[in-house]
Design a protein around this ligand. Sequence first.
Ligand code: AMP
Length: 354
Amino acid sequence: MVLELVEGYDLDKLTIATLASHSSLQIAHGAKKEGFSTLLVVTEDRFGFYMQFKHLVDSFLLVRRWSDLCSREVVEVLREHNSVFVPHGSFIEYVGMDCATSLNVPIFGLRSLFPVEADQHAKMELLRSAGIPTPTVYSLNTEIDSLAIVKLPGAKGGRGYFIASSRQEITERLRALANSGLVSDVSNVIIQEYLIGVAAYFHYFNSPVLERLEITGADIRYESDVDGLRRVPVEKLKKIGVEPSFTVVGNIPVVLRESLLSTVYDYGEKFVNKTKEVLPPGLVGPFCLEGVIDRDANIKIFEFSGRIVAGTNLYIDGSPYTYLYWDEPMSVGRRIAREIRLAIERNRLDRVFT
Ligand code: AMP
């Protein structure tokens, strides 16, 4: 499959391509640093903005809709440019699962993980089966005697999540949401134990070429309005009946206490090993485990992303960790390009493209 995808490619002239969104500027910047050509697939409304960075982008490919990515014409242009496509956090949401899994262009990453990422229950099962501690997941039939967070299907960036403390409350609120038409499929809701502690996002890069896992950074998400509400006295909030929402508005850099790093690394290794077992060849490149660190420094993981996360945009000039591995400015965007370059040099493209 992989070899077929690069058939007819001039491997000395690969282009790193992605959608103009999410972390595309970081990806393009890193690709240029490693000497690659770059291509951004962009919609008309964003073209003006991205043109400011034309020094990072060799070709813009204008589309009417993101889903046009899989059209014959667009694929033809991508292939003419010897493109390898880098899927970022917005990729599947924008182009849709069918296009993402069937795109007739080599992808830097693990394509077979995309459908798992789209299914909240399958995601949690993958983490659990890897031996990583996760929050309890409740069904709508179980009694809940502590705090639970209810995650709606298709919720973008935590929008519309809510916290509840009983089964009855969850059922009533979901019914109200279904009636309002906001949630189409209540069965796909996931109800998790609400973890008390500090939520942190651990960034990793798995290198099939160097056969090693690297920690590339960490961030904290700033979420509206849960992170703003702490400024308001609790009794005032109660009075007006405000409940926190979890809409991501930005990312804040964090350097982890060094004694946490070995646990974080261990979870990353467990995750990579599990994907190698159930979805060979296993994870390629960047991924993120999202967890809560409690007061005893125990970490539970409540979510993962199998692609580059937006929190890596904090470290375009490298993170404290990438400096330790590379001793030069190394963003995750650049790390992707470096991996592709190493794979070409060592004739190992089959390890990094799917
Ligand atoms: P997610 O969409 O799973 O990344 O969750 C969005 C946000 O909800 C996170 O950044 C956390 O602030 C919060 N969150 C999600 N799951 C949990 C959990 N099990 N316990 C506590 N907070 C959570």
